[in-house]
Design a protein. Sequence first.
Length: 246
Amino acid sequence: MITHPLSGKSALVTGGARRIGRAIALALAHAGADVAITMRTSGAEAANTVREIAALGRNALAVECDVRSEASARDALAETIAGFGRLDLLINSAAVFSTAPLDSLSLEEWDTVFDTNTRGPFLMAREALPYLRAAEGRIVNIGSLGGMKAWATHGHYSSSKAALHTLTQAMARAFAPQVTVNCVAPGWIDLGEESDAAPAKKFALRTPLQRNGTAEEVAQAVLFFATGPRFITGQILAVDGGLGLI
């Protein structure tokens, strides 16, 4: 058994300061990778995550980045390469979640979700591609069960994640053979937030495995794509306890 399968490799995790992104960053560090994370407004959380990664004996870097911006994405990649000298893994985790009735959804609300959830991964992947090709690296996008199921009160969010799933497959074809591209699509993930207590209970009862997922379980799925066979590309893996079967 290889204890540190990512030893000598480096990763960039967008939105890696907190929540699921943080769990992914720590899982990659546990596997041996040096890890850069991007943040926009989560400076304190980013500093804490960097300290946790460094405590594992890995090089860690927090990069300010607005994934919606072409210039910001380019600068974030340049700073990561300057810090690590290479890039083996790009994890597109930065995202926004929004609830709104579709028949009264504003154009601004629509654009805000798509700019982060779909344009962001495209920009980050495009800017990272030369480095990933040189390293024969991998991209893992974080999609959503909402991209597989149409949620009426989250029409813009579901559409943005469905677009990301299709973008994953397009990237897998376009970036082959040097770079593999896959996607992890979480269902309801319990992050222990008090505001989510009521819906969390409802979703747990509906889920065949009778519980919600954890951020660490999403991270383990990402780790599979980051360390598993290179003959896997263009796949969308639901991590949802079977909720998508309902």
